[in-house]
Design a protein around this ligand. Structure first.
Ligand code: IMP
Ligand code: MG
Length: 181
């Protein structure tokens, strides 16, 4: 794991290693197998940030399951704009299916709340949420998170799919902003 990385003049330090992420994903996968046994759930990956986590989680789950993708955007730089834009929509029919939304990080929760409400309107059997990271001090809405990898402080994170203006997604480990925003 590298010591520090810098993007856009901001310095980030190592925070969660790929080994720790892998171990946690194995546990989450077992919980999903147990909770969703016999349902052939549809994993719904929220692009772009969750594609790395979704790829690892999907392969860690030992059961019949499908995967699809949706693209939403609410962030610009290191801050949430508060407005959630749907860039690529859902094409699958989810009526009667168990949907597991796979997200990289829940910050204010606005992205997830909008998505979960939109999905519930399509009559699925159940909508569950799996997020790798969760900032409990930032959440502004009443949201049920079924599978959480790591609760973290309200600081900006990059790596393992998470970006700063499209940079740093390809780091294997997770890094945290050193100084205050
Ligand atoms: P929310 O709607 O405020 O919960 O924002 C969630 C989305 O913002 C996530 O799907 C991420 O794409 C992005 N985001 C939130 N916090 C971070 C962060 O610390 N690093 C990178 N992206 C973040
Ligand atoms: Mg995201």
């Amino acid at each position: 794991m590298k010591q520090e990385v810098a993007y856009n003049g901001l310095t980030f330090e190592p925070y969660i290693s790929k080994e720790e992420i892998d171990a946690r994903i194995k546990q989450l996968a077992q919980e999903i197998e147990r909770d969703c046994a016999g349902t052939c759930p549809l994993f719904l990956c929220v692009l772009n940030g969750a594609f790395v986590f979704a790829s690892d989680l999907f392969r860690a789950v030992d059961m019949d399951a499908g995967i699809s993708f949706i693209r939403l955007q609410s962030y610009s730089g290191t801050g949430s704009t508060g407005v959630v834009k749907e860039i690529v929509g859902l094409t699958e029919n989810i009526e009667g299916r168990t949907v597991i939304v796979v997200e990289d990080i829940v910050d204010t929760g606005k992205t997830m709340l909008k998505l979960v409400n939109d999905l519930k309107a399509k009559n699925p059997a159940a909508v569950k949420v799996a997020t790798l990271l969760y900032k409990p001090d930032s959440v502004e809405c009443d949201l049920k998170l079924d599978y959480v990898g790591f609760p973290i402080p309200s600081k900006f994170i990059v790596g393992y799919g998470l970006d700063l203006d499209e940079k740093a997604r390809n780091l294997s480990d997770i890094y945290i902003l050193k100084q205050d925003k």
